[in-house]
Structures are given as structure tokens and as C-alpha cells.
Ligand binder design. Structure first.
Ligand code: 5AD
Ligand code: SF4
Ligand code: FES
Length: 366
């Protein structure tokens, strides 16, 4: 293990089998992996944590992913879309709180009307905040034309999780129709890169039918497409979804969380200078799950700044934290939590991925 760690650090190469071995590691080996990842983080990105204010813009979704609580087919969800005024108020809050970055996330609606709506919203946010916020969009698969329009209207980053890099597993956790197509998802990720977005992707960890080999494949996929950000977290079952019937086959929560921590640690060792999110789902499984993720190599936290009246409408999974907390409470809470993890929150800076900055610099120099 020690030898393999040293070689990976120096040569940057790692095999699928080695990743699987690390994912299986326990005891001393596991501790060595986590401490190495913490060291790589400190050397490469420092003990700094950047915040992204998360706006859960709309829970309307045309898709029906079999794991997701707000999938279009769940008739028990009360649907909402925030007004422009509400989003702009949240953006102002983010700026005033020093968050410097905003994520606008919502279900997947790929219509010309939605496309125009978001373009208009981006313009309004930039006008209200003097272009001071680094804006990330997370609104599912969209046409190249729409993604291009959003980029020109001021979006800099895009998050689109591949969910799993194994096409067979992808097919088992999604309905079998053209709307849920693995290849289309990967094509969208490549288009985002072509269009000049900072690209974030990720997967769920501990899904039914998922093997350690699948997870190793996910990490290799992230590196192959040269991601700038990773957001991945444990799968958390939701009783109003088709996958719930397989809950008996899942790893117990503590083991699922541990697997997610190892995924973060290996990702940090493999892709040293990218941004990695300590996701909310980590905290759904463990009260200090996000702190553990920071220690394992994550460097981004996304405090929820959605108006509280909408929060209960955005339950992708059960046990989601901060459903009743006003944005200001999360701010103080997070600051303290990040310190407990031995890190420090950086306010007032975009915190773009160093990986992206280096790539752009190389391109500009050649
Ligand atoms: N458990 C964990 N993560 C989930 N997501 C959706 N449903 C669940 C769930 N049950 C994640 C997906 C999606 C992101 C917005 O939320 O990875 O990309
Ligand atoms: Fe819609 Fe995203 Fe949920 Fe899939 S995971 S149903 S695209 S909100
Ligand atoms: Fe929301 Fe702690 S981060 S209450």
C-alpha cells in the first residue's frame, strides 16, 4: 500500500485494481489513505474552503430517475419554481454574506421557455450584484444552443453528475427511454467543456447493484474527461421512489459514508488541484459527515440559501439537513463546522478550481 501510494504520488498513474483495493481498505491502510489525501489537499489547494450559495430554483422535472424524490412521476411532491425576485434576493444575500459564488440548481426542463427564463435570470442577477458572483448552473441536460446562451449570459460553471460511469448500471437506475440516455449525458459533459464552462460531475455512492469496480470506473472517468469539480455523495434511499424496494441490499449508512469518504480521498490523490464538494448527502448519513469529507480532501461547501418555504419541496432523498434553517443560521453553523475540520472559510473570493485556472493559463501561453 505504502509503495503503491508513493508511486501514484510521483507518477500520477493508478490502475482500476489499485483503486478497488483502496476502496476496500480498512484499519491502518484506510487511515494512511485518508491522511495522504489530507496532505495532498493542504499542499495543492491549502486549508481553504470556498462556499457556494445553493439556490434550489425549481423542483419541476421532466425526468423520472428511479432514485430521486422529486422525479416527475412522484405525484406527492408540491411543485414550485422560484420567482425572479426571490432568486435575485438570494443572490444579493450570497454577495452580502461573502459567499462570492452561487449555484442555481433545479430539475431538468429542456424547453425554449426555460432556456429564455434562465438567460433572463442570469442577466438580472448580474445586474443586481454588479457581476460579482461566480455563477454555476445545475439544470440537467440542455441543448448546445441553450448552454451557449447561458454561458454568454454570465454562467461560468456547470454541474452535471454522470451518476454512474457504467452504462449498464445507468440503465438500471433510470427508466428505459431516450430521455434517460447515458450517451447523451456524456455528450453534454463534453459540450460543456467545448463551450468553455468549468465542468463539474460526480456520482452516487452505494447505489443498489453498484460494485467497487463501478466506483473505480467513476474515478477514472472523471479523470479521463478532465473535470474541474467533483460533487459526489452517498446514495440515500427515498420511500417514494422505485429503487426503495432494494433498500435491503444497501450497505449500512456508516459503511456507505465511509465508502464515500474513501472516494473523496482517492479523487483528491488522483486529481490534486480540482475542487471537490463536501456534499449535503454526506451529512444526511452522519451529523458530521461534511466535516469528515473536508478532512478526506474536499474543499467546497454549498450552504443552502433557498427560501425556507420551498425547502421541503426539494427532498431528493430523506433526512436532508438544513430543511428548516434560515440562511443566516447555516452561515454561522458552517463557519464553525469548517473550523472544526481544521480548515478556514474564504469569503469574498470565487474559488475557481485551480485545475481550470492552470489549464486556461497554459492555453493562453501557447
Ligand atoms: N440519494 C443521493 N443523491 C441523490 N440525487 C438524487 N437522488 C438522490 C438520492 N436518493 C443526486 C443526483 C443528482 C443530484 C442533484 O442529486 O446525483 O444529480
Ligand atoms: Fe430530475 Fe435530477 Fe431528480 Fe433526475 S435526479 S428526477 S433529473 S431532479
Ligand atoms: Fe445549515 Fe448547519 S449548515 S444548520
Amino acid at each position: 500500500m505504502k509503495n503503491s501510494i508513493n508511486r501514484i504520488i510521483h507518477t500520477g498513474t493508478i490502475s482500476r485494481e489499485e483503486i478497488v483495493r483502496w476502496l476496500r481498505s480498512r484499519g491502518e491502510e484506510r487511515a494512511a489513505l485518508l491522511s495522504l489525501a489530507g496532505q495532498v489537499k493542504r499542499e495543492q489547494v491549502g486549508n481553504k474552503v470556498y462556499l457556494r450559495g445553493l439556490v434550489e430554483y425549481s423542483n419541476r422535472c421532466a425526468k423520472n430517475c428511479l432514485y430521486c424524490g422529486i422525479r416527475g412521476g412522484n405525484s406527492r411532491v408540491r411543485r414550485y419554481t422560484m420567482s425572479d425576485e426571490e432568486v435575485v434576493a438570494a443572490a444579493r444575500y450570497a454577495r452580502d454574506a461573502g459567499y462570492a459564488s452561487l449555484v442555481i440548481q433545479g430539475g431538468e426542463i429542456a424547453s425554449p421557455a426555460r432556456s429564455r427564463e434562465i438567460t433572463r435570470l442570469l442577466e438580472k442577477i448580474n445586474e443586481a450584484t454588479g457581476g460579482s458572483l461566480g455563477i454555476t448552473l445545475s439544470l440537467g441536460e440542455q441543448s448546445r444552443q441553450t448552454l451557449d446562451a447561458w454561458k454568454r449570459a454570465g454562467a461560468r460553471r456547470y454541474l452535471l453528475r454522470v451518476e454512474t460511469s457504467n452504462p449498464d448500471l445507468y440503465a438500471r437506475i433510470h427508466p428505459a427511454n431516450t430521455r434517460h440516455d447515458f450517451k447523451a449525458r456524456v455528450d453534454t459533459l463534453r459540450q460543456l467543456r467545448d463551450l468553455g464552462y468549468q465542468v463539474g460531475t460526480g456520482c452516487m455512492i452505494g447505489l443498489p447493484f453498484q460494485s467497487l469496480d463501478d466506483l473505480a470506473g467513476d474515478l477514472l472517468f472523471f479523470r479521463e474527461i478532465d473535470v474541474d469539480m467533483i460533487g459526489m455523495g452517498p446514495y440515500v434511499e427515498h420511500d417514494e421512489t422505485p429503487l426503495y424496494r432494494y433498500r435491503g441490499t444497501l450497505l449500512p449508512p456508516a459503511e456507505r459514508l465511509d465508502l464515500a469518504l474513501k472516494m473523496i480521498a482517492i479523487a483528491r490523490v488522483m486529481m490534486k488541484d480540482i475542487n471537490i464538494v463536501a456534499t449535503t448527502a454526506m451529512q444526511a448519513l452522519d451529523k458530521i459527515g461534511r466535516e469528515k469529507a473536508l478532512r478526506a480532501g474536499a474543499n467546497i461547501v454549498m450552504p443552502n440559501i433557498t427560501p425556507v418555504k420551498y425547502r421541503a419541496g426539494y427532498l431528493l432523498y430523506r433526512g436532508k439537513p438544513c430543511v428548516d434553517e434560515e440562511a443566516a443560521r447555516c452561515k454561522a453553523c458552517l463557519d464553525a463546522r469548517v473550523r472544526l475540520a481544521g480548515d478556514e472559510v474564504v469569503y469574498g473570493e470565487w474559488g475557481d478550481s485551480r485545475h481550470f485556472a492552470m489549464k486556461t493559463r497554459n492555453i493562453n501561453q501557447t
